[in-house]
Design a protein around this ligand. Structure first.
Ligand SMILES: [Zn+2]
Length: 78
């Protein structure tokens, strides 16, 4: 009886695992993109995907907030 119960448990588990990994697809992608970048205004490190991006003369900058972005923009462009 115990062995039969375990067999059902295992078959349920093997059914659940692929379903679970499908749901975790987004998390896996986030981990790959989780590169730390430095805010050149307030010198804070933040995940690239959460930063506010600004491209200027071939360089890409990331900021913790739009305030920092605007401040940097003014310094660069006047
Ligand atoms: Zn900042």
């Amino acid at each position: 009886m115990i062995a039969a119960g375990y067999g059902i448990y295992r078959s349920l588990k093997s059914w659940a695992v692929p379903n679970q990994s499908r749901q975790m697809g987004n998390q896996d992608r986030d981990q790959i993109e989780d590169v730390m970048v430095k805010d050149p205004v307030c010198q804070v490190y933040l995940p690239q995907r959460e930063g506010h991006m600004w491209r200027y003369k071939g360089d890409t900058f990331y900021f913790c907030s739009t305030e920092c972005l605007e401040k940097f923009k003014k310094e660069k462009t006047g």
